[in-house]
Design a protein around this ligand. Structure first.
Ligand code: PEP
Ligand code: MG
Length: 575
């Protein structure tokens, strides 16, 4: 039945965003609004004073931690930024300010209202100052107030959420998403985000159906609206009628049956119809992904996003915490090969307490740049990875490489760590393989040189697309420009595969393209050695591989690579 036709008049409203994680969910909406409107006349009862002060103290503690982390990650050359943030922190911790806020709470104002009143008083003082520097602090005060109130309201809202609800939010940070997953929410809708944004990747990893980039969702949808969310098409139906409801219940059933059928593919050799074996591996963002990779019988983990540990702790983990985490992954996965990627923080991957303030973070201090700027932190990670490599099933992968120097410097650090560990009588894999992500056009263009000093490559098509096409992967309004099938991206990929094979090293694809239904045959035909996909999509991709002919895929690749128009590429993609 045609869904577009069915829904006409069968729901109060039908909205459409970008489907980010598949699945059908029927449930009730909880709307998280980020607005900082504060009713200064709202009061509390006498018996609520204590809990209100506690609520304020928690928000203050979180905000202080956020500032401290931000300050500790400012690069040495950004002294002005450091001074501004230190002044902001002093303001948050100011004793006089604190006492005034507590006084207003004791006079039965809410914490939000007390904050607004006290900040307003300070702003008035600053506005009338004769010193221009003081007058400029007024905007800064507004920013601090906003962050304070967001902390107050988010803490409250996230802790109040009950199980089995559909979350509608303007945006969510990865750590907020993790909190919501703990709360067992069933689906996510955000107003912003691109299909390869970290948030979207995490929803797929946790198999939580999600729609992103749904404009005005927090205003179109009201709390407690009944919702049908179609994570395959991006449709969201508000207060549907019975016919639509029944249609979707049926669809849910059919999908469950298909998933059961896919289960029968577990254990079958992964090869094309004409017997070409294909390495299909899994990506992992957490231990559950590792377990799920085992369940679907994946032969390896092609990408473990170790930065997930930072995002869940909201700080850089100690060597012991990292060692325990990597060892658990390596032991759980054994005998699978585990590709641990060094922390790729920065850009859209940041913890709330670890904001790195940059005007243009995607082009900033992220991935290997961050790690080499903080060698002590990097060495802690390298030591922890080496210590976890005793069973020789770990390989190391470096993110965001743009030059040979970055690989050479990292290898030097790795050798230093090996020497240290030898002196400490630690055992580790002396021959641990070191590979890199090819996710910048620069890396693709110097792939021939890089492949002489690397053991393997993995094409990060999410970032390769972003940097090749100058299109922010998280910006929903650029979805028309962000396209991994653009001939420029495909040709960079082919260039990389040829350079790697010339130098006898293997190439994987671990970006989202590896699990795109249209891309499977193209990647196989291009001679990619390994595809690495989210465990939740593993069997779907396997089904596609079993159904492909290698010879036909190869034929199509040469045609596609000569094609310049996107629409013609799409036509030739699906063999
Ligand atoms: C990529 O960029 O394609 C990739 C796999 O890395 P991430 O999505 O973690 O940036
Ligand atoms: Mg990347």
């Amino acid at each position: 039945m045609n869904v577009e036709k069915i829904y006409q008049g069968t729901a109060d409203k039908v909205l459409r965003g970008i489907p980010a994680s598949s699945g059908i969910v029927l449930g009730r909406a909880v709307v998280l609004r980020n607005e900082i409107f504060v009713d200064t006349h709202k009061t509390i009862q006498n018996e609520e004073i204590e809990s209100e002060i506690k609520r304020f103290d928690i928000a203050k503690k979180n905000l202080v931690a956020e500032f401290e982390e931000s300050i500790s990650h400012i690069p040495p050359n950004a002294k002005d930024l450091k001074a501004i943030l230190q002044a902001d922190l002093m303001m948050v911790e100011d004793k006089f300010m604190y006492d005034s806020i507590i006084k207003f709470i004791k006079e039965l104002h809410t914490a939000e209202a007390a904050l607004v009143i006290v900040f307003d008083q300070s702003k008035q003082l600053l506005k009338h100052s004769t010193d221009e520097l003081f007058r400029e602090r007024v905007t800064e005060l507004d920013n601090i107030l906003k962050r304070f109130i967001i902390h107050l309201s988010k803490g409250e809202k996230l802790s109040e959420i009950s199980e089995n609800t559909i979350i509608i939010a303007q945006s969510l940070t990865p750590s907020e998403l993790l909190k919501l997953i703990e709360k067992k929410v069933t689906a996510i809708v955000t107003e912003v985000g691109g299909i390869t944004s970290h948030l979207a990747i995490l929803t797929r990893s946790y198999s939580i159906p999600a729609i992103i980039s749904l404009k005005n969702a927090t205003h179109e949808i009201s709390a407690n609206d009944e919702i049908i969310l179609d994570g395959y098409t991006g449709h969201l139906f508000i207060n549907p009628d019975l016919t639509l409801y029944k249609f979707y219940r049926e669809k849910q059933k059919r999908i469950a049956e298909h998933i059961k059928e896919l289960g029968e593919l577990i254990g079958l050799p992964c090869k094309t119809k004409d017997e070409k074996p294909i390495q299909l591996w899994c990506n992992a963002n957490n231990i559950d992904d590792v377990k799920n990779a085992k369940i679907v019988s994946s032969p390896g983990l092609g990408l473990v996003r170790t930065e997930s540990l930072i995002l869940s702790l909201n700080r850089i983990p100690t060597e012991k915490e990292q060692y325990d985490y990597y060892k658990t992954i390596a032991d759980t996965a054994y005998p699978m090969t585990v590709t641990l990627r060094a922390f790729d923080i920065g850009s859209d991957k940041y913890a709330d307490n670890l904001l790195i303030h940059e005007d243009n973070p995607a082009l900033g201090l992220r991935g290997i740049r961050y790690l080499l700027a903080k060698k002590d932190e990097f060495k802690i990670q390298l030591r922890a990875i080496l210590k976890a490599s005793k069973h020789k099933n770990i390989r190391l992968m470096l993110p965001m490489i743009t030059s040979l120097e970055e690989v050479i410097q990292t290898k030097k650090l790795l050798e230093e760590c090996k020497l240290e560990l030898l002196n400490e009588d630690e055992t580790f894999d002396h021959d641990m393989l070191v590979g890199i992500m090819i996710e910048t056009p620069a890396a693709a263009l110097i792939a021939d040189d890089l492949s002489k000093i690397c053991d393997f490559f993995s094409l990060g098509t999410n970032d390769l697309t972003q940097y090749c096409l100058a299109a922010d992967r998280t910006n929903e309004s650029l979805s028309e420009f962000f396209n991994s099938f653009h001939p420029g991206v495909l040709r960079l990929m082919e260039f990389t595969v040829n350079a790697a094979h010339k130098n006898n090293i293997p190439v994987a694809v671990c970006g989202e393209m590896a699990s795109h239904p249209l891309a499977t045959s193209f990647l196989i035909g291009m001679g990619v050695d390994e595809l690495s996909v989210a465990p939740s999509l593993f069997l779907e991709v396997k089904e596609k591989i079993l159904d492909s002919s290698f010879k036909q895929c190869q034929k199509n690749v040469s045609k596609i690579l000569k094609t310049a128009m996107l629409k013609d590429i799409y036509q030739s993609m699906d063999v």
